[in-house]
Design a protein around this ligand. Structure first.
Ligand SMILES: Cc1ncc(COP(=O)(O)O)c(C=O)c1O
Length: 453
């Protein structure tokens, strides 16, 4: 039986009315992917206020790897509700914070002694990773990458690459952030090809240290192991090993921002494991909390201890409900085979998307790691000119036909999959069927696709 059930034209009358109220009450800066308003959700589906049921490829932007409202997460939160809601861990601490820190220290890559501090959001955690790196190295500079996304606070906007809509109009940003090209092989900034490039983008950092910022001024290099908002860009297998080695040669810390790629998304608990690297600091958020707001910085104990007492923290950071939820999430990953499932879902997507690529020239690239998969849409496979309008039309078609998708990429021309890993094969096939019909509907209309060659 189909999971998608549409009872009204989309958006339905109740969603439309709510959207009108939102327009008056909420600033336009808070954009909306779809104008449908949610009434409830479970596993990999959402139901709106008009009774329409959708499959969810967005998962709250990668926050629901274990599924919407997992029973185990709900039970843990309910139990916490019966005890206390908030005390502020800096004032009167609680055991779940400590237990979760111990678990994070165990499960993150690297056998060395580690410590963990909790924050509320991915951006806040990235901010703290930068503070910790600077306190430890006593150096000011941070190197970030083209197409990176690290958040919307001022420091993380400085680290984020995309100008519109994130950065434009909000300058000045904090200084001492330097940007270099990432290993975006489909659009290599140096017009080279892997592997004959011999990882020029890593080697070129030595030049950056001579011409842009001195290596002894650099506290850390920060990178997403798979770029998220930047377009699900997966670097070559030996890229991160070379990058981390180069950092360590110069006493520079490597910070892995696993806010989007972490917690099982790529078929390993952390994408760093897929590259065989052990970051000095690892930033997590999103699916860590199983739907509740929680973020963490985990790292080598001596680095984490660099800021003095009072240097880290926040009123709600590591709140008891989120800690309880996160402990349940980690148990779920240890009990269920969600990592293998991420790989299976990734393979299922790739098989289908490769067919689309053969059939429709608008599919420029199919890429991903485990369950972190995407297609990049282009006006022509030859020119690779981004097909942003086409991408928008496909995602519009999808939600009108019961599949919630989100885009990514500096040109907004990537459709990404962040589906809860508990989706069934039948549901996945149903969702891919909608996406395929969307691509077909848009491609077959020559007025929408400018120039297919
Ligand atoms: C890689 C990465 N880092 C940081 C952030 C910021 O997280 P938050 O929105 O929780 O502040 C995001 C959000 O999408 C992200 O994908």
């Amino acid at each position: 039986m189909s999971t998608i059930q549409l009872r009204t034209p989309i958006p339905g009358p109740k969603s439309k009315a709510l959207h009108e109220r939102r327009g008056k009450a909420v600033p336009r800066g808070l954009s909306h992917g779809t104008p449908i308003y949610v009434a409830k959700a479970k596993d990999a589906w959402l139901e709106d206020v008009d009774g329409n049921r959708y499959l969810d490829f967005a998962g709250g932007i990668g926050c629901l790897n274990v599924g919407h409202r997992r029973d185990e997460v709900l039970d843990a939160v309910r139990d916490q509700l019966d005890h206390f809601l908030h005390t502020c861990v800096q004032v009167t601490p609680y055991e779940s914070y400590v237990r979760l820190a111990e678990r994070m220290n165990e499960i993150t890559p690297g056998k060395f002694a580690k410590k963990t501090v909790f924050l509320n959001s991915g951006a806040e955690a990235v901010e703290n990773a930068v503070k910790i790196a600077r306190a430890y190295t006593k150096r000011p500079a941070i190197i970030a990458f083209e197409d990176a996304f690290h958040g919307r606070t001022m420091m993380t906007l400085a680290l984020t690459s995309k100008t519109h809509p994130y950065k434009a109009g909000f300058a000045p940003f904090p200084s001492e952030v330097y940007r270099v090209p990432f290993a975006y092989c489909y659009r290599c900034s140096y017009s080279l090809k892997y592997p004959s490039c011999d990882l020029y983008c890593v080697r070129h950092l030595e030049d950056t240290f001579k011409r842009v910022v001195a290596n002894e001024e650099v506290a850390a290099v920060i990178a997403e192991p798979v770029l998220g908002e930047g377009g699900f860009i997966v670097p070559p297998p030996d890229y991160f090993k070379a990058l981390v080695d180069l950092c360590h040669k110069h006493g520079i810390l490597f910070i892995a921002d696993e806010v989007q790629s972490g917690f099982g998304r790529t078929g390993a608990l952390f994408a760093c494991e897929r590259y065989g690297i052990e970051p000095d600091l690892i930033v997590t958020a999103k699916s860590l909390g199983g739907g509740l707001p929680l973020a963490a910085v985990t790292g080598r104990a001596e680095i984490m201890d660099a800021p003095g007492p009072g240097g880290l923290g926040g009123t709600f950071a590591g709140n008891p409900l989120s800690c309880a939820a996160a402990l349940a999430v980690i148990d779920l990953f240890q009990r269920e085979n969600l990592l293998a499932r991420a790989n299976e879902l990734g393979d299922r997507f790739q098989r289908r998307a490769r067919e689309w690529q053969r059939r429709w020239p608008v599919i420029g690239d199919v890429r991903g790691l485990g369950g972190m998969q995407a297609v990049e849409l282009v006006q022509s496979q030859g020119t690779k000119a981004p097909a942003s309008e086409v991408t928008k039309k496909i995602t519009q078609y999808c939600y009108e036909h019961g599949l919630i998708t989100i885009t990514a990429g500096s040109y907004g021309n990537v459709i990404r999959v962040l589906v809860p890993l508990v989706i069934t094969n039948e549901q996945m096939d149903e969702a891919l069927g909608v996406l395929e019909a969307g691509i077909s509907a848009v491609c077959e209309r020559k007025d929408i696709v400018p120039q297919l060659v």
